[in-house]
Design a protein around this ligand. Structure first.
Ligand code: FA5
Length: 341
């Protein structure tokens, strides 16, 4: 005859004493109560028991089975209760009636940068214009020399509304209306929220801000454009920033440029914020295409002009060292609170 019932009971309680995790309780259950378990195994001794004692022996084994089962259940319940108490003690308690820990409200970093850029351009004689977020195809594309089916439309994956209107994909959508409103000569900037059906990453959002600028007058050339871009960047950063100008294609300017800024997050070495290139596309620009001036009612014999489309959200990232553009739309007060002014 193997282990006795008493020895098995003692051994079980020693094991139960050591068990503390869900898996070990389950192991114990299988070890003692499973088909090949040790308590079940006691029944195999039945043959060695005198026939008149078998009934009593069977009842004792069943009682032990029940005892083992209940002891394991009790220990599991105890462990759950302890874990719950631990979690309650460790969890921050929220008391909604307490005053906020944020000392005062703050402007969003994009608002701060926007106001700064507005001030710089206002001091150089530019007016600040507002424009719709829902626009029509004509203003967003056709008036900008992007006819239907032009491949340049693919660059801006557009959210169309069921009535044929669309969410503005770029602030250039206001160019035509502003030219028509003021005529030439004209200096205006117009900040605005833009929407594109983009996959998001550290430097792309589906909702972001741009600031458009146009200057139209007699004898406006690329030199004027470069002067205004340089002045704006050195005022915003209050230091020399490395920029590069390279050719860029946009149907509404000719010639067109991409103005990139050396990534302020990695110092130009390459990181996720600049897609590992060390440069961030910040402010495409160029000389306004004659077709766009004509659509805006401007006399192209007399006037020329430049336009730029500054990535305001990216400028805020570079200015404040924000590594991930998605933080700016997150509404996370803890990270935005540091910009209190
Ligand atoms: C344009 O939107 C043109 N309308 C800009 C322009 C205006 C060119 C006037 C010439 C004359 P682009 O798609 O490259 O171009 O966007 C301009 C800037 O907006 C980018 O350099 C970038 O800084 C910002 N931008 C574009 N897409 C996103 C995005 N998904 N998330 C964040 N910023 C973006």
């Amino acid at each position: 005859m193997g282990i006795t019932m008493e020895e098995l009971r003692k051994q079980f309680y020693e094991h139960l004493q050591q068990a503390n995790a869900a898996e070990t309780f389950e192991e114990l259950r299988v070890r003692y109560l499973g088909k090949k378990g040790e308590v079940t195994g006691l029944l195999k001794n039945m043959g060695a028991i005198a026939p008149e004692q078998r009934k009593e022996y069977g009842a004792k084994v069943n009682a032990l089975k029940e005892e083992v089962e209940n002891s394991i259940k009790d220990r599991i319940a105890e462990a759950h209760a302890r874990e719950l108490e631990r979690r309650i003690a460790a969890t921050e308690r929220y008391d909604l009636s307490l005053p906020s820990t944020l000392s005062e409200g703050s402007y969003h970093p994009i608002t701060l940068v926007q106001r700064e850029v507005e001030q710089i351009f206002a001091s150089m004689g530019f007016t600040i214009e507002d424009y719709d977020e829902i626009v029509d195809d004509y203003h967003c594309f056709e008036a900008l020399n992007i006819p239907k089916h032009h491949p340049a439309r693919d660059m801006q994956d557009t959210y169309y509304l069921s009535n044929g209107q669309l969410l503005k994909t770029h602030t250039s959508a206001a160019q035509n209306a502003i030219m028509r409103k003021y005529g030439a000569p004209l200096r205006a900037i117009f900040p605005g929220r833009c929407f594109r059906n983009e996959s998001t990453d550290a430097c792309h959002e589906n909702t972001f801000f741009q600031m458009e600028g146009i200057m139209i007058d007699e004898n406006i050339s690329i030199s004027n454009l470069i002067y205004f871009m340089k002045t704006m960047l050195s005022e915003v950063f209050q230091r020399d920033v490395k920029v590069r100008l390279r050719p860029g294609f946009f149907p509404f300017v000719e010639p067109g440029f991409e103005l990139d800024i050396s990534c302020a997050i990695c110092g130009g070495k390459g990181c996720p914020s600049c897609k590992n290139s060390g440069w961030l596309e910040l402010c495409p620009c160029g000389m306004i295409h004659p077709n766009v001036l004509k659509a805006g009612g401007i006399d192209t014999e007399k006037y020329t002009g430049f336009a730029f489309g500054l990535g305001l959200t990216r400028l805020a990232m570079m200015k404040y060292g924000i590594k991930d553009i998605r933080d700016l739309n997150s509404g996370n007060l803890k990270s935005l609170d540091q910009f209190v002014k």
